[in-house]
Design a protein around this ligand. Structure first.
Ligand SMILES: *Cc1c(COP(=O)(O)O)cnc(C)c1O
Length: 272
């Protein structure tokens, strides 16, 4: 893809750009073939490139080559990087906008880190999708913040935020996410909030070396989604699951969004 490498090389040295694009193409190929093997359309799986700890230049390079979705875990790092990427790519001051340039579309940002109630106000409107809502208090804070934002456009569209609920699928003490038993109650509380749009579930199973070990957790998340969907009478189309080591298994079990960091960007540098 010489054209993509030329675009990415505006932001990275050519060798680094080539390595990044090769890794990215290899991951997309893994996702696409896992989808086909499961009898699914590869277009039905969104690849989120997880850029935590990686520099804005790597994001700008990948965006210029055509990658659209990026995931971040830490609020301050994410907001800083959004601005840096927008400045680098000449996309204007508002990174969250849908503005496009000759090089490619503006990134669509996903928040995938643990979300504390006191940070909820900072993420609203800055991310296309928040994957990690796991308590009623965080959901209420998001909704309150949305209520305070101005109505947009001539049509008077009230701001809404698309979200997923994070489930603590491995029943792990220290992990974020709602307990599966408490999921229906949380979903009903969220559905009562007018400015949040619930689109599905997200999970991060206990880490194993073998990606196959994630399969029962992914299957369980899908079952929880199916049960919740019938209970509330909404489609809840999205399952956000699968990382570098288990992305194929996640797609086989129905993931519509996969979150891959290491296999695209390489090992994470120390947090700066
Ligand atoms: C870091 C992170 C990822 C990406 O993990 P890799 O193993 O680097 O692919 C995905 N999801 C979440 C929630 C993360 O924190």
């Amino acid at each position: 893809m010489p054209h993509d490498i030329a675009a990415a090389s505006a932001f990275l040295p050519p060798d680094a750009a080539r390595t990044l694009l090769d890794r990215w193409a290899a991951v997309r190929a893994r996702v696409d073939s896992a989808a086909r093997a499961a009898g699914r359309d590869p277009a039905g799986v969104t690849l989120v490139a997880v850029s935590k700890y990686h520099p804005a230049a790597s994001v700008a390079a990948l965006a210029a080559a055509g990658q659209r979705d990026f995931g971040e875990n830490y609020v301050q790092e994410a907001l800083r990087k959004q601005t840096e990427v927008a400045d680098m790519a000449g996309m204007g001051p508002d990174a969250a906008s849908e503005a496009t340039t000759a090089g490619g579309a503006a990134p669509r940002w996903h928040f995938i880190g643990h979300l504390q109630s006191n940070k909820a106000k900072d993420v609203v409107g800055r991310f296309a999708l928040i994957h990690t809502v796991d308590s009623e208090s965080v959901a209420r804070k998001l909704d309150q913040r949305l209520a305070s934002l101005p109505v947009q456009g001539a049509g008077g569209v009230a701001p809404v935020q698309e979200i997923l609920l994070q489930v603590n699928i491995g029943d792990e003490e220290q992990k974020s996410g709602v307990d599966p038993d408490d999921l229906p109650a949380l979903a009903e509380a969220v559905l009562a909030l007018p400015r949040l749009r619930l689109l599905g579930l997200m999970c991060m199973p206990p880490i194993f070396d073998d990606g196959e070990a994630s399969r029962p957790y992914f299957a369980r998340l899908r079952e929880l989604r199916d049960a919740l969907s019938s209970r509330v009478g909404l489609p809840l189309p999205h399952l956000s699951m699968g990382m570098s080591h288990d992305v194929e298994v996640a797609v086989a079990e129905g993931a519509t969004i996969v979150r891959v960091g290491t296999d695209i960007f390489g090992p994470r540098p120390p947090k700066s």
